[in-house]
Design a protein around this ligand. Sequence first.
Ligand code: CP
Length: 310
Amino acid sequence: MFPGNLLSIEDLSVPAMDEIFERAAYYKAKDRGANFTALKGKNIVLSFWEPSTRTRVSFELAARKLGGNVIDLRPDQNSEKKGESLEDTVRTLGSLGANALVYRHKVPGLFGKIAGLVDFPLINGGEGCYQHPTQALLDIFTLKEAGVVLSGLEVVMAGDILHSRVARSHFLALPAYGARMTLVGPPAFLPPELVPPGMGYSYSLDDVLPRGDVLYLLRVQTERHRRLFSSSAEYAAMYGLNEKRLAALKEKTFVMHPGPVNLGVELSRGALHVLEKVYPEKILIQKQVQNGVYVRMAVLDLVISGRMMA
Ligand code: CP
């Protein structure tokens, strides 16, 4: 397999993640007025078989800010429609001079199987319910930027754990830095066999809410399942962050969400309003989005130059 792929957080050691964060901080600090050239002459193909706003746009911005050429290969318009296999598509991109392919796909493990066929890096921009490594990286970068010490940090992750690639990337990334995770959600979203060894879990948000230094809300992914709870209102009542639950958070708890947020389900409009107007330092959701650009600049730079550590 090409050594520089980023398919999973498993591909990254802590020093490798630290190097990405250092590079991202450099790009963020120098962004205004800078003329970066790390990807000058490089062709970065973006191909997203599943919908995306944040990841796709931030990868495109990241590549452009570094001087790269961005090729948007739209799956609804490529030759797959004429019977071309994914292997053939990826090999063809190599022949055309691709220097990296950033992909999103619903089938877990598909790109891992074809990674050995090409000699340019594949970068996972979200894979089914399996992995979303750059989301975990940008989340940790955002926490570090907020001054959070990860060792001993208590992260309460609430919601649709079952269908979450973000959760599965964090199962590897946060504990690697010494953070502790408690998972919470309705039983249908949190089968005990999914919980990594040593990780806590609960079916009551109110029981675990007061222990979190970070409350990480996950989107209910209704596109991946038939409704597994009786109504959005019932979910919101049991697992949504509302104004009443805001009062149960520790004074310095940070609130995160990978987006897009189902407003009124995982997070009430009232709670969002209070967080934005009264405690803007606690809500990191827009910072996560903004930092996605810098973390993805770092990833593209290190992966395409072949300098990313194992
Ligand atoms: N967090 C995230 O992956 O968002 P998008 O689906 O909009 O890319």
